[in-house]
Design a protein around this ligand. Structure first.
Ligand SMILES: Oc1ccc(S)c(O)c1
Ligand SMILES: [Zn+2]
Length: 261
């Protein structure tokens, strides 16, 4: 049994063999065709309350680099938008390319960005655990932010400077007091649609909130993501962690709503 990944033999086009949801009706990511989105004036602004957040650790799980949060109470939540409940921050992670012309999962009018940040939240008002929420249709809310190269990002710099500690699969390091609201752009205009995890098991449990404005980071910061490895330190063949993105999936009649004109 070989594990899923992003390689020739175990990549996104093979996932359906082990994960039947791969061909489901609400899969992610998608191409956001801005002219086809529907402006919904009753969508509320996104309300991010991360000030009392407790980050725990940064880890390389063999698919991405992830920062995990203490999620035992509602001190770090996202509210508003299309959401009926507050959703609790569990972790954030990234997807990126081997070069700047690719790397994001969502695309906008066919344009890929160099990468994409996913802030993953779960509906603790309705479900007892993240795992239970992760397979429920209204269980998760993921705030997605495109990465675009430009000026160095000073808040992100603390993270990119820590990547050397988690170069290999299954490595973890302490990463305290990191408030991810510092990663968000000034403008919180967003597109929203009902979708899924973009990695196996591809649960169709995600209300997606994709910000229109990207996070800008320097080319050197981008390059630091590409120094990570998919493989463990003991493994002979060291494969660099890059192109860990799933391509856009069929919309299957879904409507993408916009919070802005
Ligand atoms: O819990 C999650 C894992 C992976 C991905 S891509 C998500 O969006 C949520
Ligand atoms: Zn993701």
């Amino acid at each position: 049994h070989h594990c899923w990944g992003y390689g020739e033999e175990n990549g996104p086009s093979d996932w359906y063999k082990d994960y039947s949801l791969a061909n489901g009706d609400r899969q992610s990511p998608i191409d956001i065709q801005s002219e086809q989105t529907v402006y919904n004036s009753s969508l509320k602004p996104i309300w991010v309350s991360y000030d009392a957040c407790t980050s725990l650790s940064i880890c390389n799980n063999g698919h991405s680099v992830m920062v995990e949060y203490e999620d035992c109470d509602d001190k770090t939540v996202i509210r508003g938008g299309p959401l009926e409940f507050p959703y609790r921050l569990k972790q954030f992670h990234f997807h990126w390319g081997g070069k700047d012309s690719r790397g994001s999962e969502h695309t906008v009018n066919g344009k890929s960005y160099p990468g994409e940040l996913h802030l993953v939240h779960w509906n603790a008002a309705k479900y007892k655990s993240f795992d239970e929420a992760a397979s429920a249709p209204d269980g998760l809310a993921v705030l997605g932010v495109f990465l675009e190269t430009g000026e160095k990002h000073s808040v992100l710099h603390r993270l990119t400077d820590a990547l050397y500690m988690v170069r290999f699969k299954e490595t973890k390091a302490q990463f305290k007091d990191f408030n991810p609201s510092g990663l968000l752009p000034d403008c919180l205009d967003y597109w929203t649609y009902r979708g899924s995890l973009t990695t196996p098991p591809l649960h169709e449990s995600v209300t997606w909130l994709m910000l229109k404005e990207p996070l800008y980071l320097s080319e050197k910061q981008m390059e630091k993501f590409r120094t990570l490895f998919f493989s463990g330190e003991e493994e002979g063949l060291r494969t660099r962690m890059m192109d860990n993105f799933r391509p856009p999936q069929p919309l299957k009649g879904r409507t993408v709503e916009a919070s802005f004109r």
